[in-house]
Write a protein that binds this ligand. Structure first.
Ligand SMILES: *Cc1c(COP(=O)(O)O)cnc(C)c1O
Length: 417
């Protein structure tokens, strides 16, 4: 792989920034649960000449000439996603998880139809009905959360609410929920109130693809996902649905919401979907889950409370108020030590979202670098050490030095710098 030589000549400023970002990614510990490091093959696919092509429409029915090659690309991406997830129909054109969800709502709901989703502060996503998102503006919303004691979804309570409120659509899936989601139970709930069911597996798609989390595909009318989180593809989205919704979904994506698809990104999605069908990828996903469990127990050993007591998936929600800290302070201190996390509300958080009482940690990115459980012990200890003196710059600089040593043992994109 080249080192962006043309870019270096044409635009030294952007080239320098790309090198700086590569160094940041390589030298630090990336624990943002929604991030990952794609393969060099996926990086190369995003940089292909497919970026030059307009392809409004769908394979075989385009509004522009010269689409015979990109038609094959899109067909390949679609087939691979269909086979990987066992879906009846797939649309690979959504630019992101947010537009994937929008395309489902606009395919099925009219303004004023009621939407039910998990609230943001319990681990849901903005697009599941938050008032600041289109999803909470165009539709009346009823939200469910988690139980105060178990910090898990209380399915009986969700059902009670659904039957009382009769939403037209129920959304399940989350951004900061560390436990398995019972999609079969959500189907029963949707049936009990006559709602459509959307499962948003943006975070757990890699686990679902490899059988490490039960699949919603047999249960949900629609399944949306991003492709860049555990699935380890380019920054994008896709939608799966039952055959009867195929037409409505396709129309909703194009021409309803988007113009020309990003064919270079669709090509990269195809590459990632091929990778996701391999035995290596399954082993990788297994290691993600083991690493998250180990990170949780080592942090518990260091005195941190873990929301819901542990994790079933790739992420860990740490209650840093158990150490007298806020999420904001913890995020800032860890950043100074080159450990990247995000502050996150915990269930029934007394602090507002921009302060928060927790941090969310995810293992997909570090696992992509080859880190295993012993490395997770080191990561947990670095986090705990940093947070012992979160206001002490010299102390954090010391932790940062140890972070660099650990990172150097697991090189990232060695041929790019
Ligand atoms: C990340 C995420 C999205 C949105 O993805 P974008 O690509 O950032 O728009 C949607 N739903 C869930 C559950 C997510 O975690």
């Amino acid at each position: 792989m080249n080192r962006y030589e043309a870019l270096a000549t044409a635009d030294p400023e952007i080239h320098r920034l790309a090198q700086r970002e590569l160094r940041r990614q390589a030298d630090g510990l990336e624990l943002i649960a929604s991030e990952n490091f794609v393969s060099v093959a996926v990086l190369e696919a995003v940089g292909t000449v497919f970026t030059n092509k307009y392809a409004e429409g769908y394979p075989g029915r385009r509004y522009y000439g010269g689409c015979e090659v990109v038609d094959d690309v899109e067909r390949l991406a679609r087939t691979r996603a269909q086979e990987l997830f066992g879906a009846e129909h797939v649309n690979v054109q959504p630019h992101s998880g947010t537009s994937a969800n929008m395309s489902v709502y606009f395919a099925t709901l009219k303004p004023g139809d009621k939407l039910m989703g998990m609230d943001l502060s319990s681990g849901g996503h903005l697009t599941h009905g938050h008032p600041l998102s289109y999803s909470g503006r165009d539709f009346p919303v009823v939200s469910y959360g988690v139980d105060r004691e178990t910090e898990r979804i209380d399915y009986a309570e969700v059902e009670r609410l659904a039957v009382a409120e009769k939403p037209k659509m129920i959304v399940c899936g989350a951004s900061a929920y560390s436990r398995q989601i019972d999609f079969a139970r959500f189907r029963e709930i949707a049936d009990a109130c006559g709602a459509l069911l959307l499962a948003d597996i943006a975070h757990i798609a890699g686990l679902v693809a490899t059988g490490l989390h039960p699949s919603p595909v047999p249960h949900a009318d629609f399944v949306t996902t991003t492709t860049h989180k555990t699935l380890r593809g380019p920054r994008s989205g896709l939608v799966m649905c039952r055959k009867e919704h195929r037409k409505a979904l396709n129309r909703s994506v194009f021409p309803g919401l988007q113009g020309g698809p990003l064919m270079h990104v669709i090509a990269a999605k195809a590459v990632a979907l091929k990778e996701a069908a391999t035995e290596e990828f399954k082993a990788y996903q297994q290691q993600i889950v083991k690493n998250a469990a180990r990170l949780a127990t080592t942090l518990q050993d260091r005195g941190f409370r873990i929301v819901s007591g542990g994790t079933d998936n790739h992420l860990v929600l740490v209650d840093v108020s158990s150490k007298g800290l806020t999420g904001k302070v913890a995020e800032g201190a860890l950043e100074e030590a080159a450990i990247t996390v995000n502050k996150n509300t915990i269930p029934y958080d007394p602090n507002p979202p921009l302060v928060a009482s927790g941090v969310r940690l995810g293992t997909p990115a570090l696992t992509s670098r080859g880190m295993d459980e012993p490395a997770m012990d080191e990561v947990a200890n670095l986090i705990a050490d940093a947070l012992e003196k979160p206001e002490d710059g010299a102390h954090l600089a010391g932790v940062k030095g140890r972070v660099k040593q650990l990172a150097d043992r697991f090189p990232l994109y060695p041929n790019l710098s």
